[in-house]
Design a binder for this molecule. Structure first.
Ligand code: ATP
Length: 347
């Protein structure tokens, strides 16, 4: 199947429901063929932004360009976008084949052209052999694939996915996110994936936008956002973070309790440092900050400790070596912090 790749440009987009501002000043560019995630907590505006691109909901202020066409005032069916919903939204009384054909029939495509397109779409998602089943006779993952086939059959320029994996169990979610990425790579379709699950966004997207309260906090690759968050919200949302207060002295970040942590980042206005749990080592003695183990969690491959220190409680992750006894609760330990590449924050 062939689809045209198109980039998306969003310019100064604002949207309100009555008095409630839901999106404020959204600006972003999504490259043609990119797998892009909107990540944020519940209520941050991710779905509203996706629906604004699809053409559902109130008309926003600002511009949304697909390729070089401003689509803000076009009805959904003229936008050339395909959307997959969390609920799949399949017709229960129609076979898989008819479900996939439906969108093409609605577009008044001649019958002779529909059958090959339906077959090609089902082949792409690996479901051709189940074409004559009814949705109720399929697993959740298979229903999700039908929903995808139905969307790609209309050959959209942009694929919009609204929490498409939320109804699947944990193991299937992991399998389906890999399949989704493989499919996206095969088709080269510009794709936006809405999720509140940072692992899902990290493992699939080329780049992502983190939203909070209708405002984009940061855009970048998963690793850029994890390693160089611009504020405490992004630092905390993209994984566990120890955020310590203090100030930058020209070479070190000096914490409230007086720890002098060497850093390569430079920021005279820094008021906080982000220390990831895996960049702190724990020992029973030696140089470093002393602390007391308050709590311990066995995570399988890792052991997570909550340690009381003069700078407050810190989270430390250590690799679990089989047979090695962990530090007990109440134990006195010493922490050595690898702060060189830590991010400094000004918020
Ligand atoms: N039809 C509506 N009328 C009024 N307010 C709405 C409507 N739809 C959404 N909102 C509000 O807009 C805000 C953003 O909602 P949105 O669904 O975009 O968030 P989200 O980040 O996708 O969250 P979730 O992950 O829970 O779906 C929320 O405060 C929500 O209550």
């Amino acid at each position: 199947m062939t689809q045209t790749k198109a980039g998306i440009r969003i310019e100064n987009l604002h949207l309100s429901f009555g008095e409630t501002k839901v999106l404020e000043g959204i600006d972003m560019v999504i490259e043609p063929g990119e797998f892009f995630a909107f990540l944020g907590p519940s209520g941050s505006g991710k779905s509203t932004l996706l629906r604004a691109i699809a053409g559902f909901g109130p008309t926003p202020r600002g511009r949304i360009l697909i390729g070089d066409r401003d689509i803000v005032n076009l009805p959904p069916w003229k936008r050339n976008v395909g959307m997959v919903f969390q609920s799949y939204a399949l017709w229960p009384h129609m076979s898989v084949r008819r479900n996939v054909a439906f969108g093409l029939e609605e577009r008044r495509m001649p019958t002779s052209k529909i059958a090959p397109k339906v077959e090609a779409a089902l082949e792409t998602v690996g479901l051709l052999h189940l074409a004559d089943r009814m949705p109720g006779q399929l697993s959740g993952g298979q229903q999700q694939r039908v929903a995808l086939a139905r969307t790609i059959a209309i050959e959209p320029q942009v694929l919009l996915l609204d929490e498409p994996l939320s109804n699947l169990d944990a193991a299937l979610r992991v399998q389906m996110r890999r399949e989704l990425l493989a499919l996206q790579r095969k088709l080269g379709l510009t794709t936006i994936f809405v999720t509140h699950d940072q692992e899902e966004a990290n493992t699939t997207s080329d780049r992502m936008a983190v939203l909070d309260m209708g405002v984009i906090q940061q855009i970048g690759t998963p690793q850029q956002l994890y390693d160089h968050p611009v504020n405490s919200f992004v630092a905390g949302f993209l994984g566990t973070a120890n955020v310590l207060d203090g100030a930058f002295d020209g070479a070190h970040f000096v914490t409230k309790a007086g720890q002098r942590l060497p850093v390569t980042a430079r920021s005279d206005k820094a008021t906080r440092i982000v220390l990831r749990p895996q960049n702190i080592r724990i020992a029973s003695s030696g140089d470093g900050v002393s602390g007391t183990v308050r709590h311990r969690e066995f995570l399988g491959s890792q052991i997570r400790y909550l340690i009381d220190t003069p700078d407050g409680q810190m989270i430390v992750d250590t690799l679990h070596a089989t047979g090695q006894p962990p530090y007990g609760e109440g134990a006195t330990v010493v922490l050595s912090i690898d702060s060189q590449s830590a991010a400094l924050l000004e918020d």
